[in-house]
Ligand binder design. Structure first.
Ligand SMILES: CC(C)(COP(=O)(O)OP(=O)(O)OC[C@H]1O[C@@H](n2cnc3c(N)ncnc32)[C@H](O)[C@@H]1OP(=O)(O)O)[C@@H](O)C(=O)NCCC(=O)NCCS
Length: 177
């Protein structure tokens, strides 16, 4: 398994891998993670060096993106979507993608990475945004799932407010997708 920087020549296979990771009966025809990966390419928050894929020989088996985000005036990153092809899950691929992205973000000098997600992320040092007064929407469920990893410890406790993703994460009415 190899972790590589995403290139648009991998798009078709990447979408296939994300579909395998995320597809369920109630998947939304208008918004889903595999179409979102394509939308992200045209976004103002897309950072090519921080968009990664995992490959097994020649197949794309996983994907993770970090995109520009803000909390107040602090510029950081948002993580996601992260997905690993179903039959490749639980083999350390998701962890390898997260660790590589976090390492690159740290080397690029970003102070934090935020995400909306579940229990998977605490192993990488992500913690709840709640004690810091960091929110993402009016929705309590979203805010409950807001997590942050401080890459620069000196900003801890100094930033609070609403996490604002790049344009690709919002619909035409400004609602978080
Ligand atoms: C979540 C996901 C990216 C993890 O990637 P992976 O390559 O399977 O994970 P790894 O092999 O690195 O890690 C496996 C460990 O994570 C745990 N894990 C996997 N999914 C988890 C989840 N949703 N919540 C909590 N723990 C999870 C496994 O139980 C396993 O634990 P262990 O190390 O104690 O045995 C992958 O399962 C996936 O694509 N899931 C569907 C899409 C998704 O939910 N994406 C995340 C959106 S927030």
């Amino acid at each position: 398994m190899e972790i590589k920087t995403f290139k648009s020549s991998y798009l078709r296979e990447t979408k296939d891998a994300l579909r395998s990771a995320f597809y369920h009966e109630n998947s939304d025809a208008l918004f889903n993670e595999w179409e979102f990966a394509e939308k992200l390419l045209a976004s103002d928050g897309y950072l090519p060096e921080l968009c990664m894929i995992a490959t097994d020989e020649k197949n794309v088996v996983g994907y993770n993106a970090l995109t520009k985000a803000k909390i107040g005036s602090s510029q950081g990153l948002a993580l996601g979507p992260l997905g690993v092809r179903k039959e490749y899950q639980n083999k350390g691929i998701g962890s390898a993608l997260v660790r590589e992205c976090v390492g690159r973000a740290e080397r690029s000098g970003f102070p934090w990475i935020a995400l909306l997600g579940g229990g998977y992320y605490s192993r990488f040092g992500f913690e709840s945004g709640k004690p810091y007064g960091i929110t993402v929407s009016e929705n309590a469920f979203d805010n409950e799932h807001l997590q942050i990893l401080f890459l620069d410890e000196s900003v801890k406790g100094k930033i609070s407010g609403r996490l604002v993703y790049c344009d690709a994460f919002y619909d035409a009415e400004g609602n978080l997708l």
